[in-house]
Design a protein. Structure first.
Length: 127
């Protein structure tokens, strides 16, 4: 049985999707961009601040599902500028400890609201 996950501490969906869906012990977290939950506006700052906001949004949804970032087993990163990838690694090291989740980084032409980064994840709860 699936369960829809919602957090008021992360941006509300801006389309026809849920913030996350739990099926058994697996939680599928929808893509997060650097929106602030309170204003639904893009966070101020550059790519570093935007990556922080994305991780904070993912953390809020993970917590609403009963988990935390450490429970993420697969992380997908979408960047409009692949040269920003080293910044992703630097910021990610502030939120994750080894062993790190599996990860993909993909260069894309554009993202919602003109942002430079989006991430989605798969999280497994329990053993």
């Amino acid at each position: 049985m699936k369960k829809i996950i919602e957090s008021k501490h992360a941006p509300q969906a801006i389309g026809t999707y849920s913030q996350a869906v739990r099926v058994g012990d697996t939680v599928y977290l929808s893509g997060q961009i650097p929106l602030q939950a309170e204003t639904m506006e893009v966070a101020p700052g550059g790519i570093r601040e935007h990556i922080h906001q994305v991780f904070q949004n993912l953390a809020a949804v993970a917590e609403a599902a009963g988990g935390q970032l450490a429970d993420i087993v697969k992380l997908n990163v979408y960047l409009t500028k692949l040269e920003d990838f080293p910044v992703v690694n630097e910021v990610m090291a502030e939120y994750f400890q080894p062993p790190y989740p599996a990860r993909a980084a993909v260069g894309v032409a554009a993202l919602p609201k003109g942002v430079g980064v989006e991430m989605d994840a798969v999280m497994v709860l329990g053993d």
